[in-house]
Write a protein that binds this ligand. Sequence first.
Ligand code: NAD
Length: 447
Amino acid sequence: MATATAADVDRAVAAARRAFEDGRWSRLAPAARKKVLHRIADRIEAEALALTVLGVRDNGTEISMALKAEAGSAAGTFRYYAEALDKVAGEVAPTAPDVLGLVHRTAVGVVGAIVPWNFPLMIGAWKLAPALAMGNSVVLKPAETASLSLLRLAEICSECGLPDGVLNVVTGPGAETGAALADHMDVDVMVFTGSGATGRRLLEASARSNLKRCYLELGGKSPNIVFADARDLDHAAKVTAMGIFRNSGQVCVAGSRLLVEASIHDAFVARVVAHAEALVVGDPLALSSQIGAVNSEAQLARNLAHVAQARAEGGEVQCGGLRILAETGGTYMAPTVITGVTAQASLFQREVFGPVLSVTPFDSEAEALQLANATDFGLAAGVWTQDLSRAHRCVAGIRAGVVHVNTYGGADNTVPLGGVGQSGNGHDKSLHALEKYIDQKVAWIQL
Ligand code: NAD
């Protein structure tokens, strides 16, 4: 991976600014922008396999999942915002009759986007498509371990008619390339997905530099609550296992904290363990693999350190907890279930971002809700029950951006994704995401 220096970032931002100011994209008719975004979606679809393989070779996600989650989702995102962009209109304000108050919605200018490695194409598209749809220019920094599919996407954008300078990709380490973008005086908006620690740095950089708006999508420690009255406990156990183990747990909304009613604790945990042990972990490029590799040696070492800490704090490893397939040279970790995790334990409080499920029993709905909300995060949650009233009470009572009921992890472009608390602010996806890339400008006209 090439490292873009601060000088390179400066050139990229200058190119983005020039493109924005001369209107080669920002002042195109919306219908013309729409055509380009549709062409990009078509090309992503046509090259879906190649793009997905590029990404999988970088990050180790199982290809069976990545095909849909990466290229499939990115194409859908470009198509969604292509269709949305000419439905965004300004307003005529209800002012006194001798005044015309117009509220224009204008592109913001230069958007800086910093994305992580777990789903580079999907998350990259969540930022790029709405930003470009609204006429902005973008400087994108992929994660250092997963740049390739986004570099190819930039080529595709150019081949599909996106004018030069409108999209710029700078690769390199966060502390150097990312920090230069965050500190830049000519970036108007920063959109970010990644860890809370980096999110904090971006806010500090904004305060130090030009007060750029910062939208952060951060991590989670999402509770998945299973009540004894759930309809099909085996199905719930299977979805619970996939809700934490797919992509080796490297999913921001992963259901990493299982809260299970005490009366079914042992039986339910046994089912989850059975599903976990049956999962086929292996070569990310083999369609038969249900779970691929952990992203890097460093990430694997962090995961194993979390397991050791959980053990030291009284947790019992029911399955997994170790590196597997080391003879292949790959970074694989066995799906891991740890019981006896108290609300004070670090495994309960801290995001692992690996295939590790913590299990905590509860005795009542009130206790389940109290445990669900007992972390600093608030990204996602799950509730399994046949009691409709209880389901609604839980949706209302859990502090999270999304609460899944009788499933875990469903998503669509039509609904926003984002969290509360230390899971971040601002949402990707849906029409709501467009607001991040728009400014309001008023024309006050005396008649
Ligand atoms: P990370 O914060 O280390 O890296 C994310 C990006 O930020 C990378 O491109 C990295 O190079 C860059 N970066 C790192 N330090 C930087 C700095 N000082 N200045 C500017 N940029 C910097 O996170 P990660 O480990 O790559 O990603 C995993 C995290 O992302 C997890 O916490 C996960 O929950 C979160 N995540 C959240 C969502 C969501 O939608 N909320 C989605 C996926 C991942």
